[in-house]
Write a protein of this length. Structure first.
Length: 352
């Protein structure tokens, strides 16, 4: 009998630690939300109102909502967060051999407007999804950092990190060419359906880009804040949703493995210097590095222009999702976006 009660207590603790929403998110109980109710949480809400242009924000702790702000169900453009979503889709196709990360763009038949240089043709799929391709062809969809690019043809593929939408758009093309699948259909199949997303709408998803500059289109995505939080919760739980392994744990680890350290990133793209955070880079995910606050140990983010963000804090079992609707012409500077991610975690009282 004693063993039975020990087993029962273990099961209850396990279930509590692994809460997942059904169709609707669960709110934390008074006891569960206690570590988040303090002066910092009130100051954070005031900061969101007075100092940001965020239109929806949600903090999830152990699978339950502990803080929310604004419109959580509004579908809008998530900008470069799309790249982290694509990285999640890659997993099963890399693992079953459909996508070979060692293939070069020459082997894949990748060419573009006015051509690809011979040295650039050596870039592999792995280089592309690490933002280390060394291909500095103009991007047909804005949002990269090509103002920091070295001269074309001057670096070996794999040797230099640069955030370029040419890489990310080609990553989308490679995914579709190699799998024979549409990216948006795969978001629906691999993620939206298994996670029971509340607001996903396949009909509003469409590609964009200027094919006179580059023939590789971008794949913008439209999500709600509360569905972005589901993606974060899936990542927090190493790709597992309830009892289903949606994305393999090994692929989650691969996505979050450091491909570029914060030292190299800051050297190559000085825009983050003095921002108060050091980002490394994995497979299309930003990695928080060299942060003294223990709440950020192992943290990582999907980041998008104007104020789109999913940040996962494994050390405190927490997910943050926030966004700004582009149609409102509201944009948050990079420093504000960083501040929001830092202030959100700092609410949590680790002593409770």
């Amino acid at each position: 009998m004693r063993l039975f009660f020990i087993f029962l207590m273990f099961c209850c603790l396990t279930l509590d630690a692994q809460t997942f929403p059904d169709r609707v998110w669960h709110s934390a109980t008074e006891d569960e939300v206690q570590p988040w109710q303090n002066e910092k949480s009130e100051a954070f809400r005031k900061y969101l109102i007075d100092s940001t242009k965020i239109t929806g924000l949600m903090i999830v702790h152990k699978g339950k909502v502990v803080f929310d702000f604004g419109d959580l169900e509004e579908l809008s453009y998530i900008a470069s967060c799309r790249k982290s979503v694509l990285s999640m889709l890659y997993g099963q196709y890399v693992e079953n051999g459909t996508i070979d990360l060692s293939k070069t763009i020459k082997e894949l038949g990748i060419d573009d407007v006015e051509g690809i240089l011979p040295i650039e043709e050596k870039a592999t799929v792995k280089d592309i999804i690490s933002a280390r391709s060394g291909v500095y062809h103009p991007e047909g969809y804005p949002g990269g950092m090509q103002e920091y690019a070295p001269k074309r043809g001057s670096v070996e593929p794999g040797s230099h990190w640069l955030y370029s939408n040419w890489d990310f758009n080609v990553a989308g093309f490679i995914f579709e060419q190699e799998t024979g699948k549409n990216i948006y259909d795969e978001v629906e199949r691999q993620l939206a359906n298994p996670l029971h997303m509340q607001d996903w709408d396949r009909s509003v998803q469409h590609k964009q880009g200027n094919t006179k500059i580059s023939k590789y289109l971008a794949y913008p995505m439209w999500f709600s804040t509360r569905d972005m939080a589901r993606l974060g919760l899936l990542m927090l739980n190493k790709g597992k949703w309830k009892d289903v392994q949606v994305v393999s744990e090994s692929w989650v680890d691969e996505m979050l493995k450091t491909r570029t350290t914060y030292k190299e990133l800051n050297q190559n793209v000085p825009v983050f210097k003095g921002s108060g955070v050091n980002y490394g880079y994995g497979y299309m995910w930003w990695l928080w590095q060299n942060v003294e606050d223990k709440r950020f140990e192992g943290a990582y983010s999907a980041k998008g222009a104007m104020g789109q963000n999913i940040t996962v804090y494994p050390a405190i079992e927490t997910v943050l999702a926030f966004k700004t609707k582009a149609a409102y012409r509201r944009a948050n500077p990079s420093q504000v976006r960083i501040n929001v991610a830092k202030k959100a975690a700092e609410i949590f009282d680790m002593q409770q």
